[in-house]
Ligand binder design. Structure first.
Ligand SMILES: NC(=O)c1ccc[n+]([C@@H]2O[C@H](COP(=O)([O-])OP(=O)(O)OC[C@H]3O[C@@H](n4cnc5c(N)ncnc54)[C@H](OP(=O)(O)O)[C@@H]3O)[C@@H](O)[C@H]2O)c1
Length: 287
């Protein structure tokens, strides 16, 4: 039976990236819808669950994407609300690559630092989809997480809701720009830059040779890179006293995780792959 993936995307045009990865991961056909709102979900999901018998439902699955994480979460809630009894299919949420990228970055940082429990983790540009998920995953592992933002009140609210979901300790600090990075990194063991594409958030002088810093990762692949002095291809390279990762170094693992998760969707009909479950899938990969 053909494996069919229903792609529900909250942005006007469904992501081509997500569609290509879905095919590469084994989906035979991808049915892509853009601009999807929670109101539209019921009819779309009914098309999935009423077309194949319960035993065959594992051959249909749903992928939720789009640039807006909150909108993606609302779609996931609407999808789950539509399911009942055995009438369900597996579903994955990865708005803007947030879950797969955050999981890959956190797994890399954790391995390079020999664990993150009890360590201070600073996430620059932490209010975006990738930063928020990474903050949750690090806090759940016992890090004291601080996310930086140009909008303190907004970041405090984001930190609160993320901490409510993942547990642990997540705070927010105001960082107006790269000039304030040095002060923000005081005592940091872990640094993750999750700021917008093409923005240098952390100058080299702010992190190089900082005694406490064990591992740093930058997920911005667009020049100028987010952490000055970390190359896009770095993959655990030792630089300035820390193990560092660039966007392509993180991206290789992100792609493996993404594809493995798509494959998983077609193994059974009741999986919900959000940050925590995707983190579980990532643990299957070696270093
Ligand atoms: N390597 C991979 O596999 C992969 C996959 C997906 C995404 N990415 C990259 O990961 C990064 C994070 O993605 P995202 O979607 O979470 O990012 P995003 O939402 O575009 O940006 C994250 C945060 O960066 C801050 N920011 C944006 N522009 C800024 C500027 N000019 N100056 C200072 N701060 C700025 C904003 O925070 P405030 O407004 O609160 O200050 C924003 O909330 C991006 O660079 C993206 O390209 C990489």
């Amino acid at each position: 039976m053909r494996k069919l993936l229903l792609q529900l995307d909250t942005s006007p045009h469904a992501s081509v990236f997500d569609r290509v990865v879905a095919h590469d991961a084994g989906a035979d056909a991808v049915m892509s819808y853009g601009g999807v709102t929670p109101e539209a979900v019921q009819d779309l999901v009914h098309g999935c669950i009423f077309t194949r018998g319960p035993k065959d439902l594992k051959n249909t699955a749903i992928f939720i994407g789009g640039t807006d994480m909150a909108a993606g979460e609302a779609l996931l809630a609407a999808v789950e609300k539509t399911f009942f009894g055995p009438m369900r299919v597996s579903v994955m949420l990865d708005s803007n690559g947030s879950n797969t990228t955050a999981v890959a970055a956190v797994v890399k940082l954790e391995r390079a630092a020999g664990g993150v429990n009890g360590k201070r983790a600073v996430i620059t540009g932490g209010t975006g989809p990738v930063g928020v998920r990474a903050a949750g995953l690090l806090a759940a592992r016992g890090s004291g997480v601080v996310m930086t933002s140009r909008r303190l009140e907004y970041a405090q609210a984001v930190a609160r809701t993320t901490q409510d979901r993942f547990g642990g300790s997540i705070g927010a600090v105001h960082m107006a720009g790269a000039a304030a990075a040095s002060e923000t990194l005081e005592g940091a063991h872990i640094l993750l830059n999750a700021g917008g594409a093409g923005v240098c958030m952390v100058p080299k002088a702010a992190w190089a040779g900082r005694g406490s810093l064990q591992a740093a990762a930058d997920v911005n692949a667009v020049p100028p890179l987010g952490i000055e002095g970390v190359e896009v291809t770095d993959n655990g390279d030792a630089r300035e006293g820390a193990a560092v990762f660039g966007a392509l170094g993180v991206g290789g693992l992100k792609m493996k995780i993404h594809k493995r998760c798509i494959g998983r969707l077609f193994e059974r009909n009741d999986l919900v792959l959000d940050a925590e479950a995707i983190d579980g899938v990532a643990k299957e990969f070696g270093g």
